[in-house]
Design a binder for this molecule. Structure first.
Ligand code: NDP
Length: 325
């Protein structure tokens, strides 16, 4: 019997790095030796138990991972293949990426596109994949010239969205609550920064001055309500997250008077063809040199503290977890 290392969560107490026997891995048809996972907002909620997603204990969190197939009953994934996993409630309902080994359904895995390393795949991870889905949704709804707003810009989704939109030639305006990150956001390709506080006030009127040609919003709440009133005619907001809250207080007027769209982005149960299309676009268009600059690499033992920090908006860019370190 071989063993693997995992950040094991018990029903109570602090998660601890522990050696675990292979036979405790959950059922699945593909076994992967995990190289990298990441820390996302959702991981923060799960690891700190602020979200009641985990039903079976003990648990291994980590909503995404990349690694190498070491055993497979699925003809699509051969031993030695590099694969990436995001979503499918892995890390919530099923043991996830905070371990050196994972066993999952072959359906959940995507073959790593050529040119992307496992570290690059996790430099993007769920956040980067979601940013790509959001950009594709805006494009599918006719993203045109003009300023594109990214809220929660210094976060994981926001940082990748800023870099990606800029690389695609769009004029990007980044909204952030931290002045200290202004240079970082300009370096990613933002043309100017607006303060998070300016967008967090309740809307002045049902429809306001037309400003944005598109928006990727990872904040939700009052920010989203305000942004909806500022969209140009016929444009779209891709709603990704709820870092400032799940409530949305708005009127139908921006939709009726501005013919605008509110596009929901779901990376978790995203269908396989769209998933593959997004990873192919990532391999083609993602400015990996810029994305690598956003990465902080940590080990499994660092995750509990960082999980608390990310929920307070205290993590910048992408946090990659090197599970073998
Ligand atoms: P991060 O914590 O990395 O980024 C969130 C950013 O939002 C922060 O960096 C901060 O940016 C801003 N922020 C934090 N708290 C507040 C607040 N109270 N009010 C306003 N802004 C705030 O998280 P991720 O980028 O990983 O995820 C962002 C959101 O997207 C989360 O809600 C997450 O659950 C969701 N998500 C959804 C997915 C989907 O499939 N739909 C997939 C992935 C994530 P700044 O300081 O620059 O303002």
């Amino acid at each position: 019997m071989t063993q693997f290392r995992a950040l094991l969560m018990q029903a109570d107490g602090r998660p601890e790095v522990t050696e675990i026997d292979d036979d405790r891995l959950p059922a699945g048809d593909v076994t992967v030796d995990v190289e990298y996972s990441t820390l996302n907002y959702k991981d923060g909620l799960i690891v700190t138990r602020q979200w009641d997603a985990v039903k079976r204990w003990p648990h291994v969190a980590g909503i995404d991972f990349a690694g190498t197939v070491t055993a497979s009953d699925d003809p699509r994934h051969a031993v030695g293949d590099k694969v990436v996993l995001t979503g499918w409630r892995v890390g919530e309902m099923h043991w996830g990426g905070y371990a050196t080994r994972a066993r999952v359904k072959g359906d959940w895995l995507v073959a790593l596109p050529k040119g992307l390393s496992t570290r690059d795949a996790m430099a993007l991870g769920t956040a980067g994949f979601t940013a790509m889905l959001a950009v594709m949704a805006l494009e599918d709804h006719g993203l045109t010239e003009g300023e594109v707003l990214v809220t929660g810009a210094s976060g994981g989704v926001g940082s990748v969205a800023v870099a990606l939109l800029a690389a695609l030639g769009h004029t990007v305006v980044a909204s952030s609550g931290r002045e200290a990150v202004n240079d970082y956001l300009l370096g990613l390709g933002a043309t100017r920064i607006v303060s998070r506080a300016d967008l967090a006030e309740p809307p002045a009127r049902p429809v306001d001055h037309e400003q944005w040609a598109g928006c990727i919003d990872s904040v939700g709440g009052m920010t989203l309500a305000r942004v909806l009133t500022q969209m140009r005619y016929g444009t779209s907001v891709a709603a990704v997250g709820l870092a400032s809250g799940a409530e949305l207080s708005t009127t139908v007027l921006p939709f009726l008077l501005r013919g605008m769209n509110l596009l929901g982005i779901d990376s978790v149960m995203c269908p396989v063809p769209l998933r593959q299309r997004a990873w192919d676009r990532i391999a083609q268009d993602m400015p990996m040199d810029k994305i690598r600059q956003t990465v902080t690499e940590v080990g499994l033992g660092d995750v509990p503290d960082l999980a608390e920090a990310i929920l307070k908006g205290g993590v910048r860019g992408r946090t990659v977890v090197n599970v073998t370190a």
